[in-house]
Design a protein around this ligand. Structure first.
Ligand code: APR
Length: 231
């Protein structure tokens, strides 16, 4: 079976009801990045940041995967599928995908602000974090999220996976944020790239097949094309 590598961004979860970051009405129009998604914002106001992520977690309880996520899980019957997602939601897991790299962290986890190896799972009945919730060594718990200005610990793993792609699929990302967007430059030049997005996304690579649709419709088309061309 061929290696199918999929890079996803906020757009794949848009039809599930989670807003993207940079579209009109997106999250970064409502909140200042520096307040809620930087180490500086955390140091300035831990309560505000904690509440922001509690809200995102609460939203997760009310949304479901859409066919974009589900179709990618179904593709495991035909390909070795690796998902590299910039999303911090758990919709790929809930759709049934088995191999997922969360480049920017996960909403359903928290970690010690002093020891990055002390990571804890939150559960749907206990998703809220409070100031004063501590790790076993007595430090405040912070979101297990990669903020702007922080290293991306899973980047090396993502690069290795991307290098081995026979086919790359990019869904619902504006490709504005690095190093994630730089992954595209690790695919072999002859590797076909399928890009699913209802809007124009600038992608300077050869061999790009654009499917200008929302994720759920776009993944349907993708599956059809992949079946015709690669199975
Ligand atoms: N289906 C597919 N794509 C869609 C849909 C949809 N239904 N709706 C919107 N999109 C596309 C937009 O056209 C845009 O290209 O999704 C993309 C969303 O881009 P961004 O909001 O910039 O999200 P993303 O690329 O995931 O952001 C990267 O930035 O703020 C940080 O850490 C955050 O992981 C995030 C990173």
């Amino acid at each position: 079976m061929k290696n199918l590598v999929v890079l996803t961004g906020a757009g794949i979860s848009a039809e599930s009801g989670i807003s993207t970051f940079r579209d009109a009405g997106g999250l970064w129009e409502q909140y200042a990045i520096e307040d809620v998604a930087t180490p500086k914002g955390w140091m300035k106001n831990k309560k505000l940041v904690t509440e922001f992520y509690n809200q995102r977690r609460k939203q997760l309880l009310h949304v479901k995967p859409n066919y974009g996520h589900i179709g990618l899980a179904e593709l495991e019957k035909l390909f070795y599928v690796s998902i590299i997602t910039q999303n911090v939601d758990n919709l790929h897991e809930r759709a049934g995908s088995s191999y997922i790299v969360h480049l920017h962290g996960e909403l359903t986890k928290v970690r010690s602000e002093k020891d990055e190896d002390l990571i804890y799972d939150l559960t749907p009945d206990r998703y809220e974090v409070k100031i004063g919730d501590l790790c076993e060594k007595g430090s405040q718990l912070r979101p297990h999220i990669v903020w702007f200005g922080e290293p991306v610990p899973l980047m090396e793993e993502a690069i290795d996976i991307t290098k081995q792609a026979d086919i790359l699929v990019v869904i619902g990302t504006s490709l504005n944020v690095y190093p994630a967007a730089g992954l595209l430059y690790y695919v072999q030049t002859n590797t076909p790239i399928f890009l699913i997005d209802p809007n124009d996304v600038s992608i300077k690579r050869p061999n790009v097949h654009i499917i200008k649709k929302k994720a759920s419709e776009g993944v349907k088309d993708l599956i059809k094309l992949l079946k015709e061309q690669y199975t």
